[in-house]
Design a protein around this ligand. Structure first.
Ligand SMILES: [Fe+2]
Length: 387
């Protein structure tokens, strides 16, 4: 079982990352270079971005190519809604898809780009609900523009699809799912409300730690994880205290990117495994659901009788516990679900595709311990409030 870092690995990072105030400057040239002079561009976003006009600087760069803006993407995109959207868009021959938004929008853009005509024409519900493994291909260019700092979706080769009807989640994954380019401008995150700043920041924090206590970690993913973690410990409290601070926003955006690059290699682990039933059953925002267990996971590793994880926890345990103690995680969680309801979800928390990546074998006893340690931790912390 692997506490040791793997030295036998292949590292692929196919996403071109363009970061800074000029991130959009060569967007049209980039698209023309990859798809020729005749572009037909699809932009997926949320209503808020469209109405607030934050999309306009990007649209200005696309001129004079035709583009279509779809702003109906909802949080945690549902499989049937995505199938309906893909069916509506399929007759048009888009050769560039841009996801402008948070993780849900970027994941939707990934799924749409990999499902448009010429790629996978079978509806998602047929493929996923039948557990059908199909090769994922893509013929159009895919560009991600994150407006939150947390999911890492801008660089990961997977997308989450939710099944509201069957209370399940699916993951579309493969090299084609990774965007071709990620454009990062921290100013896009300045208007994020406090709760979204917290939720997305916690998701990045969880990614930085989940990729460390992970059997798939490599020297490269560990370097990404540790740097992401250091940035978050400093910048997340700063950005919550001073949301207009562009420098802290940029640090969080870089941390999200780095943590995303780490999980692109390792995938997530037990904290994400334990999060999914909370989101399926109680709509707990992902960042809260995947981080409320972090104190318990740290504690389980620290309690290992042989001290096996001392090196892993070095520079991680104390700063993580201090950060988690000052964030309003429990107050936010209790807006959605009570602890007794969480414990009742225990049988659904061991999702082997994720928990199997954890550096300790996971079973119901380990999951119960993580819940118990987390409960004790939050009982003993002051629990700041966001609202
Ligand atoms: Fe996550």
């Amino acid at each position: 079982m692997g506490n040791a870092v793997r030295f036998d690995y292949q590292h692929q990072q196919p996403v071109t990352i363009i970061s800074g105030a000029d991130a959009f400057a060569n967007l049209r040239g980039y698209c023309e270079q990859h798809q020729g002079a005749k572009l037909n561009i699809l932009v997926l976003t949320s209503k808020g971005h469209h109405q607030r006009g934050s999309l306009q600087p990007l649209l200005d760069q696309l001129h004079p190519h035709p583009f279509t803006v779809i702003d109906s993407i909802q949080p945690n995109p549902d499989i049937d809604a995505l199938d309906a959207l893909i069916a509506e868009l399929s007759p048009q021959s888009f050769n560039v898809v841009i996801g402008f938004g948070g993780g849900s929008v970027i994941d939707a853009a990934k799924v749409v780009a990999c499902s448009l005509a010429g790629a996978n024409s079978r509806p998602l519900h047929q493929r996923f609900r039948a557990n059908e493994a199909t090769a994922v291909t893509r013929t159009c260019s895919l560009i991600s523009v994150p407006t939150t700092a947390g999911t890492g979706a801008e660089v990961t080769p997977f997308a989450t699809v939710w099944d509201d009807a069957e209370k399940r989640k699916y993951s579309l994954s493969g090299a084609a799912v990774a965007p071709d380019a990620a454009l990062l401008d921290a100013r896009l995150t300045l208007s994020l409300p406090a709760f979204e700043t917290l939720y997305s920041g916690l998701d990045a924090l969880s990614h930085s730690m989940e990729s460390l206590w992970n059997t798939n970690r490599t020297p490269i993913s560990e370097a990404y994880s540790r740097q992401a973690f250091r940035l978050i410990v400093q910048a997340l409290p700063e950005v919550l205290a001073n949301p207009a601070d562009t420098h802290s926003r940029a640090m969080m955006q870089q941390a999200s990117l780095l943590a995303g690059l780490a999980i692109a290699t390792t995938r997530t682990a037990v904290a994400h495994s334990m999060s999914y039933p909370l989101t399926s059953h109680y709509q707990v925002p992902h960042g809260i659901a995947c981080s409320y267990t972090l104190p318990g996971v740290l504690q389980v590793l620290k309690q290992d009788p042989d001290g096996t994880f001392a090196e892993l926890l070095h520079d991680l345990y104390e700063p993580a516990m201090q950060l988690l103690a000052q964030l309003p995680i429990m107050a936010e969680l209790e807006n959605y679900v009570q602890w007794s309801q969480i414990e009742a979800l225990l049988p659904e928390m061991d999702v082997k595709q994720r928990s199997g990546n954890f550096i300790l074998p996971v079973n119901n006893t380990v999951i119960y311990k993580i819940l118990e340690y987390s409960a004790v931790f939050y009982r003993n912390t002051e629990g700041a409030s966001l609202r």
